[in-house]
Design a protein around this ligand. Structure first.
Ligand SMILES: Cc1cc2nc3c(=O)[nH]c(=O)nc-3n(C[C@H](O)[C@H](O)[C@H](O)COP(=O)(O)OP(=O)(O)OC[C@H]3O[C@@H](n4cnc5c(N)ncnc54)[C@H](O)[C@@H]3O)c2cc1C
Length: 596
């Protein structure tokens, strides 16, 4: 039974080369090394590393898990220590950080591709580097020169890890309700006191130091999100010469016992007057969080794809081993592999098609991040930032919902063997379940999409995207009969999306509860449509390569068929989603609470 991971480097480079524009990124300041040859070579190499070094630790992480010693220490599985040391030495965690900060200066697009393979290899393990990435961004964008000099190099290399410390028992989705206190000390530092829960990689034994980015309130801070400040709270204080000093005054009180990602320590942390260093200015913590949120949400969205991809591989392989029943057309004396049954093919094609659509959407969002941060002209940066802002809630929520659904399908392909732990596919399903919850629940993402993103530029951002999608119609028309079903069904989906956007604009301001009631189906409708648009572009690119006689014929033909499958069998869902978007909230509140 296969539990190995085969990095889908060919699929990844197809998206990087034909959906995003790596060539143009390589022309931007700071990305000089991002030529296709270097990037392709790096991805091959990274894939090999993830498959050989990280993937074998996935099952161990699940079965052994992280262990709290009853006092304040957390031990990770033995296999993680060796893998983490090799990960740091390999430099893969640093490839998308700026060269000036000790990184390899490649675009985030390439960093995301490496992150996909790391996350597929072991999602629980990948969370350490992912949270470190948020801490790095906090320092890069908002830290002082001194703070950058003290912490950045070691976080970028992975020698130290970072965390994001927001959540408290009474402050989850509503971050503004947090109560942790930050009292100014005479020396310019702050004394941090409070209890934080659910902190990913909040304590562990893989790195010499852990740099916590903690949100807390100073005395007299205004209530809500306007009164939140951000502090660097290192596990060990750092001496002026860079050596480690005293242990800071907080501890990991306990670990959560979770449905999945057992290898990732999720920590309850008690801060007892810990020394904290203010990042930027007081009361600006939420603003700083927002600058990191897009990339963190993109990384969590990527978890949906990464887990779905690994589960898909396992299901595909299982379907070619398991013999059961007789497929139509098979000889009377024969039993068939389950992959010969249409319903099993349906499940495999659904996984494959959604995976490919998710990859396009996520990588295009990463490309927008790169342009927004590195393009020369202000207009280009602003346009890319807007595109990223618009797509981020979809990248996060659509992909993580699909992550749960696709891992469930992978389990289904295994039949009863999927439900027992022995095959390992159940782990993917359990691991995937957290992603719709953390980094802003998917319900909150849907609200963000309809309440903040659709109104951007008076609706200009969504109108432009719809315009771009509609413009593909003429190109698909020229492509002829082979892509006719894509043209027809994409056109219908874009019309459904347009109607949903118009309804939101007309009803949202006057009847906000109606709009909020339709937010989640709206996000689904938009994700499904944008995914279909990207796959249509993938089909066109594959067709062009075939016409030029370039590339692997079977691979490219499969890309076209996958896009047709998506258009014919997944995209029509938008027609059913539209009335769900516009149904309003009446029925939701008619049933009294005591009858729910
Ligand atoms: C394994 C794990 C790791 C985590 N890692 C971290 C970490 O590293 N750092 C950190 O700070 N936090 C972390 N978290 C916390 C996580 O971000 C929160 O759990 C999440 O934000 C949801 O908050 P909550 O659990 O309080 O749920 P609640 O906010 O209580 O939400 C419960 C339900 O109500 C809905 N809801 C809430 N408010 C609204 C609203 N206004 N409108 C509509 N629906 C609403 C939600 O969508 C959800 O369905 C982690 C959590 C877990 C489980």
């Amino acid at each position: 039974m296969s539990t190995t991971y085969t990095p889908p480097v060919r699929d990844i480079t197809f998206v990087i080369d034909h959906i995003t524009d790596l060539g143009s990124l390589a022309n931007l300041d700071g990305f000089e090394h991002a030529d296709p040859e270097t990037v392709h070579g790096a991805l091959e190499e990274a894939g090999r590393f993830m498959a050989e070094v990280i993937a074998p630790t996935n099952r161990i992480g699940d079965t052994v898990g992280a262990i709290h010693d009853g006092d304040a220490a957390v031990a990770t599985p033995e296999a993680f220590k060796d893998a983490y040391a090799k990960f740091v030495a390999s430099g893969w965690g640093a490839i998308a950080y700026p060269a000036a900060a000790g990184g390899a200066g490649l675009p985030w697009l390439v960093g995301l591709a490496v992150q996909e393979m790391l996350t597929s290899a072991n999602m629980a393990f990948s969370l350490g580097p992912m949270l470190t990435q948020s801490a790095v961004e906090a320092l890069l964008f908002h830290g002082s020169d001194e703070q950058r000099a003290t912490y950045l190099d070691k976080l970028v290399s992975g020698e130290w890890t970072g965390t994001m410390v927001l959540t408290e028992p009474e402050a989850g989705s509503d971050v503004g309700a947090l109560r942790s206190k930050a009292l100014p000390n005479d020396d310019g530092t702050y004394a941090i006191t409070g209890t934080k829960i659910f902190i990913t990689w909040g304590e562990h034994d893989l790195a010499d130091n852990i740099i916590h980015m903690v949100l807390a309130r100073t005395p007299d801070a205004p209530p809500g999100t306007k009164g939140i400040s951000m502090f660097i709270v290192p596990k060990f204080l750092v001496n002026p010469d860079g050596s480690l000093g005293d242990r800071n005054a907080f501890k990991a009180a306990s670990l959560e016992h979770k449905l999945g990602i057992h290898g990732s320590p999720t920590v309850v942390m008690n801060f007892e007057g810990a020394t904290g260093f203010l990042v930027g200015e007081e009361n600006q913590g939420m603003r700083y969080m927002f600058t990191m949120m897009n990339s963190a949400r993109l990384s969590v969205g990527l978890e949906g794809l990464a887990i779905s991809q690994r589960a898909y591989q396992q299901a595909r392989d299982y379907a070619q081993e398991r013999v059961q029943g007789r497929a139509i057309g098979a000889a009377k004396t024969e039993h068939s592999l389950i992959i010969e049954h249409p319903d099993v093919r349906r499940m495999l094609m659904t996984m494959k098609a959604y995976n490919e659509a998710m990859r396009c959407l996520l990588y295009a969002t990463a490309e927008a991040f790169d342009i927004a941060n590195n393009a020369e002209g202000e207009a280009a940066r602003a346009a890319a930032q807007e595109y990223m802002d618009l797509l981020t809630p979809i990248a996060k929520a659509w992909c993580t919902d699909l992550g749960v659904e696709m891992t469930s399908l992978a389990l289904q392909v295994h039949g009863g063997m999927g439900y027992v732990e022995e095959t390992g596919v159940a782990q993917h399903y359990r691991d995937a379940r957290i992603a719709p919850i953390y980094e802003g629940t998917n319900g909150i993402q849907a609200i963000d999409l309809i309440a903040r993103k659709l109104p951007m530029r008076d609706g200009g951002a969504i109108r432009d995207l719809i315009g771009r999608m509609a413009a593909l119609d003429a190109v698909l028309d020229e492509a002829g009969d082979g892509l006719a079903s894509i043209r027809r069904n994409l056109g219908a989906a874009v019309s459904d999306l347009t109607a949903a956007v118009v309804w939101m604009a007309e009803h949202g301001p006057a009847r906000p509860n109606d709009a909020l009631a339709g937010a989640t189906p709206f996000l689904r409708l938009m994700g499904t449509t944008v995914g279909g648009w990207y796959l249509a572009r993938a089909a066109l690119a594959a067709r062009e390569l075939l016409a030029r006689g370039e590339g692997d014929r079977a691979f490219l033909e499969a890309k076209i068929t996958t896009a047709r499958f998506y258009a014919e069998q997944l995209l029509p869902q938008t027609a059913g989603l539209l009335p769900m978007v516009t149904a309003g909230a009446d029925r939701l509140f008619e049933v009294p609470i005591n009858q729910l």
